[in-house]
Design a protein. Structure first.
Length: 150
């Protein structure tokens, strides 16, 4: 059986000190959605996360721990792509009813809105135009309706 912290985040990947939380809240950038708010302070240190899930979000410890576990796991997978800085997630009451996929999607959207995660370039909705074949006699010419082709 593996220990609970065996595949978790290392201490340098966490925001733990009250002073650091305060600095992120006071000087960091904030983006929010109904499930949670993201506070991000860009600095030179590797990406690290702090989580705030109060009893107002879920009175049961099991529910609060589920929310934190899902967010830590999402952060661990995205950490190599994230810009340096301290990320603090403040869960809101609506997070209690959200399933794990909704929590991950919300976290991902917040990171993109904060410009902490690179945006995926959309390829567009139209397929590329096919290349027109060239006749040996020269370029293709436009034909007006009602006129014979020469």
């Amino acid at each position: 059986m593996a220990f609970a912290g065996s595949c978790g985040l290392p201490p340098q990947a966490r925001v733990r000190a009250k002073a650091e939380f305060t600095q992120v809240f006071e000087t960091g950038k904030r983006v929010a959605e109904p499930l949670m708010a993201l506070h991000w302070l860009h600095d030179t240190h590797a990406p690290r996360i702090g989580l705030a899930v109060s009893r107002k979000v879920d009175p049961n410890a099991v529910g609060r721990n589920r929310i934190k576990r899902v967010l830590r796991d999402a952060f661990r997978h995205l950490r190599p792509q994230l810009r340096p800085g301290a990320y603090v997630i403040v869960a809101r009451a609506a997070a209690r009813q959200a399933d794990n996929v909704a929590l991950r999607d919300c976290f991902d959207r917040l990171l993109k809105r904060a410009c902490a995660l690179p945006q995926i370039q959309a390829r567009g909705t139209m397929p590329p135009a096919p290349s027109l074949p060239q006749d040996a006699s020269g370029p293709i010419m436009a034909v007006e309706p009602g006129k014979p082709v020469q």
